[in-house]
Design a protein around this ligand. Sequence first.
Ligand SMILES: CC(=O)[C@@H](O)[C@H](O)COP(=O)(O)O
Length: 271
Amino acid sequence: MFTLYDTTLSSRLLLGTARYPSPAILEEAVRRSGAGILTVSLRRELAGAKGDKSRGGAFFEMIKALGVRVLPNTAGCHSVQEAVLTAKMAREVFATDWVKLEVIGHHDTLQPDVFALVEAARILTAEGFKVFPYTTEDLVVGEKLLEAGCKVLMPWCAPIGSAMGPVNPAALKAYRAAFSDVPLIVDAGIGRPSHATAVMELGFDAVLLNTAVSGAGDPAAMAQAFGQAIAAGRTAYLADPLEPRDMAVPSTPVIGKAVFDMAPAAASGRA
Ligand SMILES: CC(=O)[C@@H](O)[C@H](O)COP(=O)(O)O
């Protein structure tokens, strides 16, 4: 169990809902993942409906009907104004003050504009939003986001949609150590279940991912694999894993065993 703002959750997987082959596959993926939170892009769905707002609305109704907590996101926003406006629209549509705050700053890497992110976070928390900021693993930005009122931080592990997995594990380790009391969710860049396990083993509280599931050959099976991998990573973290060592250490205590085994054989003349 872990707590994000006012809510206690058992699943540590937050699943994105974009780019699935069909609504039925999305539904099945959500079910098999066991995800505790679904993130939904307001801008993407409304843009995809191409003027027919009821299509966007139908998608939102389908998401609500899944009965999983929704975390609307501001994916596709490039400025403070856009992100704040999108968050307010999402609050109306989903009747929630939770928002995943994304303010994209770099065209190629989709790296967040961390200056705009902090400003938007400050505005939204002042208006009562519970902000989940998508950020880099920069420690100073993390501190500024906490000062702005965020109670959760969501560092990337690689660019959105890249599926690279944790490209800078040392930075993620430092992030975990620096914000030991803050719920931390790795958001974006996960490609495989083993990546999710690896970041959970570092002590992160949860993982948010989308492309690795929606882009898989069998999204529902992959969603299930991620659910299992995240749970395994958490269990391993709590089990206090060994640190890698420079030297070999025999795992079987051989000294003494041979004496017991050999002595009776030698005495009886057996080789
Ligand atoms: C759905 C969503 O919020 C994405 O913007 C998020 O950051 C996930 O990234 P991946 O698609 O790389 O998992």
